[in-house]
Write a protein that binds this ligand. Structure first.
Ligand code: ADP
Ligand code: MG
Length: 566
């Protein structure tokens, strides 16, 4: 996101091609940050001992209890338990796994200890970001504000555009999805044509993609509508052929008119060509979307979640184009609901876009510790077994998350992770200590993720600092880092940046909280920067070495170390 120059959409699209295309369903996981967290959690598990890996949900009663015959079979197939397993019983419907795996007390398998622990969770899914709660305490005001604006859609009028602001984890996505579900279900109840389209712009982050996704969704809806009408007309045609008098009850005055209409609809259907994920000129995508929405009368609310990411990556063309559509649409009307984590993102918008988009603004303030407690309490009643949490757990999770700008996602992550840690350590209850461990683990996961996604040059700079520290050189200065950096670049055949650029990279690492660089005065020698590592050294080194582009650095290390030896 750094050195992006103004580019044409088409080019962006070509590049976007090799990005991961995330299917629509993934929107349920909320932001990509959620996805990254999940991914991080997975990697975290890989790094740790096998005992720490997520259990196949055998501890989750809802996902098939220990009596599940398939669970028994796989335990039986496991070489570590094979000796103790009575395979025939394993196939029996009412077998008790405890009997199977604990039959032979001496040779306990890898999973035995884990399975015999009393489960802490009743339903862990409820704590995951992908779960949409039915109740959102402390968001009634914001939800009512949205509803008051959007109710026009149910009256066939165009609702004002809405801009929603708030830091991450303040419930914006959850509230918006809740309101959109209510809106759609009410519109079905009263049979008014009102539709909501949700797009996560962190995933769908170019104009081409946003328009293509919208176009294809509406084409799909139009197809369904046309198919319904065609079914009806084909039936009518059959009935009228048998009994021409039937025409009397319809809008058609002849069989030929029915046939014409069928043909017309068939042509419409064929002409609606779905947009490929890449390759068309943007105009064509736009007009395909335009025609698809305008195919019949309806009010459409387009929710653009993480809209700041779209603007950051691709500018405000999409918003400009969407916001001026109403003046050209004949049958339908669209209304935009933008959701942003960045309170200042409208500073980058064209003034026309800014005033159109911000017709109504709703702010989601951070939660305080008491509110976070309520939120956690609601979820934990469903997520955990009765009495699985000691009294301090929820208040502590709430307090930690309140420090993280009142982030409910963080609070839920902490609670879930604390529960998992308790489960893994075979504790009967989740204790305060598990919450503290969870806090450390989440923080380490964050560091790992930041380091993993650094550009290669920054990784080499960071590795230089690590090498220095490992050789007992603390509070190093830029010159020392630069010397090692140069040496490493030579060893692995990387471009060597100037010392000035390296200084910039160090400042970036400082801003990311990976190193700490303080300016110290050296008397008449002027001022210099003293750099120290602010993250755990071994974990960070391991992440750096896992990058294939840096793989060779391990062999280069001895050369560098030699410098210190003599
Ligand atoms: P945002 O979109 O503002 O970053 P989300 O809506 O994704 O935040 O919320 C983050 C997590 O916290 C989600 O799992 C969501 O279900 C939960 N959450 C947020 N606010 C509430 C609330 N008021 N009640 C219950 N859960 C909430
Ligand atoms: Mg969100």
């Amino acid at each position: 996101m750094s050195e992006d120059q103004p580019r044409s959409d088409d080019r962006l699209e070509e590049e976007a091609d090799d990005e991961q295309t995330v299917p629509d369903g993934s929107e349920a996981t909320g932001t990509t940050a959620d996805g990254a967290e999940a991914e991080r959690a997975d990697r975290g598990a890989e790094r740790e001992s096998p005992m720490n890996q997520d259990l196949p949900d055998t501890t989750d009663p809802s996902a098939g209890t220990t009596a599940d015959p398939t669970a028994v079979e796989s335990a039986g197939a496991d070489p570590t338990t094979a000796g103790s397993t009575d395979v025939d019983r394993g196939n029996g419907p009412d077998v008790d796994l405890d009997d199977v795996v604990l039959d032979d007390g001496d040779s306990k398998g890898l999973f035995d200890d884990l399975l015999s622990g009393e489960p802490i969770f009743e339903n862990k899914e409820v704590l995951r970001p992908s779960y949409t709660p039915h109740e959102l305490p402390h968001r009634t005001e914001q939800i009512n504000q949205m509803a008051t604006i959007l109710v026009s859609a149910l009256r066939g009028e165009t609702p004002s555009n809405i801009l929603i602001y708030g830091k991450t984890g303040t419930g914006k996505t959850a509230s918006a999805k809740f309101v959109s579900q209510e809106l759609e279900s009410t519109s079905q109840k009263y049979d008014v044509p009102c539709e909501v389209e949700y797009i996560n712009c962190e995933v769908t982050d170019t104009q081409y993609r946003v328009l293509a996704q919208l176009a294809n969704k509406f084409i799909e809806k139009n197809h369904a509508l046309i198919d319904g009408r065609l079914d009806h007309l084909r039936n009518l045609r059959r009935e009228v052929t048998e009994e021409p008098a039937r025409l009397g009850d319809t809008d058609y005055d002849s069989l030929a008119a029915v046939e014409d209409r069928i043909e017309e609809l068939e042509t419409d259907r064929e002409e609606m060509e779905t947009v490929p994920m890449t390759g068309w000129p943007t105009d064509r995508v736009y007009s395909t979307f335009f025609d698809a929405v305008d195919y019949h009368e309806r009010v459409v609310v387009i929710m653009l979640d993480e809209i700041d990411k779209l603007v950051e990556k691709s500018g405000d063309d999409t918003l400009y184009n969407l916001s001026r559509m109403n003046s050209e649409l004949d049958n339908s009307r669209i209304s935009i609901m933008g959701i942003s984590n960045d309170l200042k993102f409208t500073d980058f918008l064209d003034p026309r876009v800014k005033s159109s988009l911000g017709e109504e603004e709703i702010v989601f303030p951070p939660y305080d510790a008491n509110q976070l407690r309520d939120i956690l309490q609601h979820r934990s009643d469903v997520a955990f077994k009765a009495d699985a949490l000691t009294d301090d757990v929820i208040p502590l999770c709430a307090a930690f998350a309140a420090q993280e700008h009142g982030d409910a996602r963080r609070a839920l992550d902490l609670l879930r992770t604390a529960g998992e840690l308790a489960e893994r350590s075979q504790a009967d209850t989740v204790e305060e200590a598990h919450v503290r461990q969870a806090q450390d683990k989440i923080e380490l996961d964050r560091v790992v993720e930041v380091v993993r996604t650094l550009p290669t040059q920054s990784k080499i700079v960071l590795f230089s600092i690590i090498l220095l520290e490992k050789n007992g050189v603390h509070n190093v200065n830029t010159g020392e880092v630069f010397n090692i950096y140069k040496r490493l670049c030579e060893e692995i055949d990387a471009d060597i940046l100037t010392q000035r650029r390296v200084t910039d990279l160090i400042s970036e690492l400082d801003m990311l909280g990976i190193v700490n660089a303080v300016v110290v005065s050296k008397g008449r020698y002027g001022r210099t920067k003293e750099i120290s590592l602010s993250v755990p050294i071994d974990e960070t080194e391991a992440v750096l070495l896992s990058d294939s582009r840096l793989g060779d650095i391990e062999e280069a290390q001895p050369f560098v170390q030699a410098r210190f030896d003599n």
